[in-house]
Design a protein around this ligand. Structure first.
Ligand code: FVH
Length: 298
């Protein structure tokens, strides 16, 4: 399709992610206007065909579709507040990582300034994954805007509309990242443990840890079912057995490895056993995670 048939898009913020978004849209044939606080970062994009706006006002008024990809919630207000009067009738797609309340606040603020629609997006990819097959972006907010620009958003990464609440994409984003960092914590600890005895880390990871973790991950839907129904029996692997005296942190420390990552899980398991749930499966700890103050869960 010729460039002229594509919606003009403005990308505000040319950090690692914003620059990749702008490059991807350019490659897909969209007319792209870019702006960044440090203007020199626009050089490669201009060479690839982007128009560099010299002011935020020029950038915002250049396109009906605005994409922000800045450091954090405060930086979005820092950039957009002075040009709020120019947002009327434009669609704002906010791809900066934010907390759910931050996304809701921005949505209300943008609607107060007459935007045609507001979408908050959670990017589930690193810049090098875009626009590859594993990159996806969660959107919430104005479904009308989402449908209007779905094909443009699809040029960046596979889009998923989650719901009308502008904060819900940010909540999903946060949950998915927590899942990832929890697993990364396990990876760090597992590698440190075998490293303490001089094991080949790459061989261990590819031949044992990876297949083991694949099997563990396969149980996530069943674990979620247990959590959803408060039904914590059945695996034959009781919490009382798992919450052994020294715990994972103590064993790590005996080997000269840092026990900090595992101590919180050890403590939650012991607390749940002390609360009378020693015969439950591990997933029973969920009750202490979702209700931190509840000592005796039903
Ligand atoms: N990169 C990644 O892997 C992740 C993947 C998932 C989503 N995140 C989120 O995307 C947002 C941007 O991330 P980034 O990687 O592009 O971040 P940086 O390379 O550090 O670029 C930050 C840009 O923000 C500009 N900026 C910062 N503060 C201000 C401000 N007060 N006023 C105006 N602009 C500001 C900064 O400008 P400059 O330093 O180049 O002048 C960059 O353009 C982020 O929310 C991730 O969580 C990325």
């Amino acid at each position: 399709m010729p460039t002229t048939e594509r919606t003009p898009v403005t990308v505000l913020g040319l950090g690692n992610m914003g620059a990749k978004l702008a490059h991807t849209l350019l490659k897909a044939g969209y007319p792209v206007t870019v702006w960044n606080r440090s203007p020199d970062k626009a050089g490669p994009l201009v060479a690839a065909g982007a128009h560099q706006a010299t002011t935020v006002e020029e950038a915002v008024t250049a396109s009906p579709l605005l994409i922000t990809c800045l450091l954090d919630h405060d930086s979005v207000h820092h950039v957009l507040d002075p040009v709020a009067g120019h947002l009327r009738g434009r669609t704002l797609v906010e791809l900066t990582t934010s907390a759910p309340e931050g996304a809701r606040e921005l949505s209300t603020w943008a609607e107060g300034h007459g935007v045609a629609g507001f979408l908050d997006g959670g990017i589930m990819a690193t810049p090098d994954m875009i626009p590859g097959p594993h990159a996806f972006i969660l959107y919430s907010g104005s479904e009308r805007s989402y449908r209007a620009y779905e094909s443009t958003l699809a040029a960046i990464a596979t889009p998923h509309f989650i719901g009308a609440d502008p904060g819900i994409a940010a909540l999903y984003d946060l949950a998915l990242l927590n899942g990832m960092y929890g697993m990364f914590g396990g990876l760090l600890q597992a590698l440190a443990l075998v490293d303490s005895e001089g094991v080949d880390l790459e061989e261990f990871a590819s031949e044992l840890l990876l297949p083991w973790m694949r099997g563990v991950i396969a149980s996530f839907p069943e674990s979620a079912r247990q959590a959803a129904h408060g039904d914590y029996g059945g695996t034959g692997s009781t919490l009382a057995m798992q919450a052994s005296a020294s715990g994972m942190a103590g064993v790590a420390e005996d080997l000269g490895v840092n026990g900090e990552l595992m101590r919180p899980i050890d403590e939650l398991m012991r607390r749940r056993v002390a609360d009378g749930h020693g015969d439950d499966d591990f997933m029973s700890v969920f009750e202490l995670v979702r209700h931190p103050d509840r000592r005796i869960a039903g």
